[in-house]
Design a protein around this ligand. Structure first.
Ligand code: ADP
Ligand code: MG
Length: 257
């Protein structure tokens, strides 16, 4: 297999416990390069934990998880996460952009400085060059005119777009979104989904946890339903939404509609 058709994410039998509670119970999951992979499922089903594991924020207890060419997240018997140096880990992390429900912008910095920060710290870029790229990324998410505003001067939707620009600035191979619109007022959801749709059209590989079924149907290449730490079903969105035989999925879809 050459590099272009090797999946960007390949999870096999991924397991993870917190104390006595097994949260991931053998996750099998693949994401092809360029795929927009949407995940839905009830609260507590392990969606965020799986996303965090893909990003190396969480170790796994068993199985294998290969992301962007690296085997990640395995906890060795002696408890060490893995043998990576800090530098190696930073290299891995810079290949993956993550956007959370809460935007976590620095309140004392303007939008441009928020976006430029990791370019300066992770990539060691000069401030002037970093600010130039930050301006480009802000323009990409429609915020060219807001570069010098601080978070409190921006709406929630604009703040989330800054967070997306911040993730994009590192030129990631993979973007992970964990309920990116769940904290937003309803009228601000559309502008964020629009940016994500634009990214998808540009060919970005994305894994998106969301309750926005319309987005899943329209933009997703695949739709996975998580429940109690397993992937119940993963298939084309339209098929899963209309043809599933799973009672659990039908009940969930009725509840979020
Ligand atoms: P989802 O994102 O689908 O709502 P999560 O992955 O956040 O689910 O959580 C799955 C389960 O794992 C929940 O029961 C949650 O309470 C538990 N959990 C998540 N993170 C931790 C943690 N750091 N320590 C203990 N339990 C956790
Ligand atoms: Mg979650």
């Amino acid at each position: 297999m050459n590099e272009t058709n090797t999946p960007l994410v390949r999870a096999r039998g991924v397991r993870k416990s917190f104390g006595d509670v097994e949260v991931l119970k053998g996750i099998d999951f693949e994401v092809a390069r360029g795929e927009v992979s949407v995940i839905i499922g009830p609260s507590g089903s392990g969606k965020s934990t799986f996303l965090r594991a893909m990003n190396g924020l969480e170790t796994i207890d068993a199985g294998s998880l290969k992301v962007c060419g690296d085997e990640v997240g395995y906890t060795f018997a002696d408890g060490r996460a893995h043998e990576w140096t800090d530098k190696r880990f930073a290299q891995f992390r810079s290949k993956i952009g993550m956007v959370f429900q809460r935007f976590n912008l620095y309140s004392h910095m303007d939008a441009m400085e928020n976006v430029a920060l990791s370019l300066i710290h992770v990539k060691g870029m000069k401030a002037k060059d970093a600010h130039e790229i930050a301006r480009e990324e802000l323009a990409r998410v429609g915020l060219a005119d807001h570069a010098t505003k601080r978070p409190h001067q921006l709406s929630g939707g604009q703040q989330q777009r800054v967070a997306i620009a911040r993730a994009l600035a590192l030129k990631p191979e993979l973007m992970l979104f964990d309920e990116p619109t769940s904290a937003l007022d309803p009228e601000l959801v559309g502008e964020v989904l629009q940016i994500m749709k634009q990214l998808a059209a540009e060919g970005m590989t994305m894994v998106v946890v969301t309750h926005e079924i319309g987005f899943a149907r329209e933009v997703g290449d695949s739709l996975a339903f998580f429940d109690q730490g397993v992937v119940v079903e993963k298939r084309a969105p339209r098929e899963l939404l209309t043809e599933t035989s799973s009672i659990r999925i039908k009940n969930f879809l009725d509840a979020v509609k």
